[in-house]
Design a protein around this ligand. Structure first.
Ligand SMILES: NC(=O)c1ccc[n+]([C@@H]2O[C@H](COP(=O)([O-])OP(=O)(O)OC[C@H]3O[C@@H](n4cnc5c(N)ncnc54)[C@H](OP(=O)(O)O)[C@@H]3O)[C@@H](O)[C@H]2O)c1
Length: 324
């Protein structure tokens, strides 16, 4: 079978397309033919050795997949060859077949497109955990999303609206803001051409925002925190800008607000029941058309390096998906 391999840490152009032996499922495992592998920003980091997980070489990037069960290992109940599934693997998805423990997979309801379903787990899972579980976002509250046109960003717009919030999408171009409004954002703010603190204050009539969803970090975090409302919650989701901001703690005192960490990878390991409930909710919403993750582009397996380059260059709106 064909696989994209990372044989040493480096940029996307150092990845190679190789023929390798198809893996066989061991006890408790499924072998799955991959129909789609959704990419995430952290795939650009994991291949460079800059992420919290450093897999052994050779490995494939790609954390989340959709596919069809090809074979089941000894002792597996609940799945049969031919079943459609989605799965979260952490890495290893950019290949024609994968093998992993049965607990990594969830059955995929009929009618959901594979490329769309492949990208539901990480970005929408993180965001439901963040907005509902960590921020306890309430109907009528105001939610500001930084990096709103990206993967977790589009999830925050869609889930924020479903939870009843007024959503302010913040992004680096007017084109991205238009995309966010088409996804359902009530307001938009271009932080490349205006002052984020002033913009968020203006759009909330001076009150500030109740919840900030920050997947960007860098120079944007502090102005966003300065625009938070009394008793606001500031969600620390990621640092796509590449630098981790240092926050003056007096702001937290003066606002009576909370800075709340979001670590989905540990959440699903430590609180698997909550994760399962979130996935059931997300699949229900997707099957009912209440969330509609946008696919920016479908790439072939051989085009995986170009897809990762586009993610790193901030060119992707919604999700980039590899279709082996
Ligand atoms: N905490 C968790 O459990 C968790 C889970 C999943 C992901 N994350 C993190 O969330 C962040 C976003 O992930 P994603 O997959 O949604 O990424 P993405 O699709 O690439 O979106 C990231 C957005 O960040 C903005 N950005 C600002 N500076 C950037 C830069 N120098 N390079 C790239 N993007 C930049 C871009 O929007 P503009 O151009 O509009 O600024 C881009 O749309 C990552 O840091 C990821 O590791 C965290």
């Amino acid at each position: 079978m064909k696989a994209i391999l990372c044989t040493g840490f480096g940029p996307p152009e150092t990845l190679s397309l190789a023929d390798i032996a198809a893996p066989q499922p061991g006890p408790g495992e499924l072998a799955v033919t991959v129909t789609a592998c959704a990419l995430n920003f952290f795939d650009t980091l994991i291949i460079e050795g800059k992420y919290q997980y450093r897999p052994d070489f050779p490995f494939s990037p790609g954390a989340e997949i959709a596919g069809v069960v090809k074979a089941v290992g000894e002792g597996v109940a609940g799945f049969r060859p031919g079943d459609r599934v989605i799965g979260y693997l952490g890495w290893g998805g950019c290949r024609e077949e994968v093998v992993a423990g049965v607990d990594k997979f969830v059955a995929l309801p009929a009618g959901l497109d594979d490329a769309v379903a492949a990208g539901l787990t990480v970005t929408y899972g993180t965001t439901l955990h963040a907005l509902k579980g960590r921020a306890r976002l309430q109907p009528g509250e105001t939610l500001a999303v930084l990096g709103a046109a990206g993967g977790v960003g589009q999830a925050a717009i869609e889930i924020g609206k479903l939870l009843g919030a007024k959503v302010i999408a913040c992004a680096s171009s007017d084109d991205k803001i238009e995309f966010c409004k088409a996804l359902g954002a009530d307001e938009g703010f271009n932080y490349a051409s205006g002052d984020l603190k002033e913009g968020l204050k203006r759009l909330t009539g001076g009150n500030g925002v109740d919840v900030v969803y920050d997947a960007v970090g860098g120079d944007l975090s502090e102005p966003a925190l300065r625009a938070i409302a009394w008793r606001g919650r500031f969600l620390v989701v990621g640092f796509a800008a590449g630098s981790i901001p240092k926050i003056p703690l007096n702001l937290v005192l003066l606002k009576g607000c909370d800075i709340v960490g979001v670590f989905w990878g540990d959440h699903i390991a430590r609180e698997p029941e909550s994760h399962r409930a979130d996935m059931a909710q997300l699949l229900d919403w997707a099957a009912a058309g209440r969330i509609r993750p946008h696919i920016h582009k479908r790439y072939s397996l051989a085009e995986t390096p170009q897809a990762l380059q586009a993610l790193a260059a901030r060119e992707i709106k919604g999700k980039a998906v590899v279709v082996p």
